[in-house]
Design a protein around this ligand. Structure first.
Ligand SMILES: [Zn+2]
Length: 169
């Protein structure tokens, strides 16, 4: 998965600020609190809250170090590759299940369409209800093949299965 795709997933799950933090953390091995404040312009409390959410979801790890001069702990954050792989795999599994459902649907149905309105596809039952007449123009609905869709679905399914197998090694 590309860095951009990861940032998009984090944005969807935890919002824009979390996505911003992840994209900064992807730039190098480790980033301190101070640097994150500087680069995001966030307030410390807000930043900590979001880092905690990211930590809670296993997207990030931290290390802390006592600053001898000021006596406080400094936190250094980094991406957690294991947690991210688990997330990516669970997303892939969901996508795979959906693709398999769709493939089943495509393989177990006959489809019909009007030669002039090919965007609208009807199953046999739907076409029967319409008396095999296009609801837009009244032309006869033809039986259409879906080999192309089936082929594409099969390719996508095998790609995802291959990736999942590679991750489990
Ligand atoms: Zn039509």
């Amino acid at each position: 998965m590309s860095d951009n795709a990861l940032v998009d997933i984090v944005r969807e799950l935890l919002g824009e600020d979390a996505a911003k933090i992840i994209s900064i953390l992807l730039e190098k091995e480790e980033t301190s609190d101070d640097e994150l404040i500087q680069k995001t312009g966030m307030k410390i409390n807000n930043l900590r809250r979001i880092l905690y959410q990211l930590f809670d979801k296993n997207f990030v790890l931290y290390r802390r170090e006592k600053d001898r001069e000021i006596g406080w702990y400094k936190y250094y954050w980094r991406i957690n590759p294991t947690g991210i792989n688990i997330l990516i795999n669970s997303i892939r599994k969901k996508v795979l299940a959906k693709l398999k459902d769709r493939l089943n649907y495509e393989m177990n149905n006959m489809f019909f369409a009007c030669p002039d309105h090919q965007k609208n596809r009807y199953t046999f039952e739907e076409a029967m209800e319409l008396n095999f007449q296009c609801p837009h123009c009244g032309k006869r609905l033809d039986n259409i093949r879906n080999d192309e869709i089936v082929t594409i679905l099969k390719i996508k399914i095998s790609e995802i299965e291959k990736r999942l197998k590679m991750q489990n090694l």
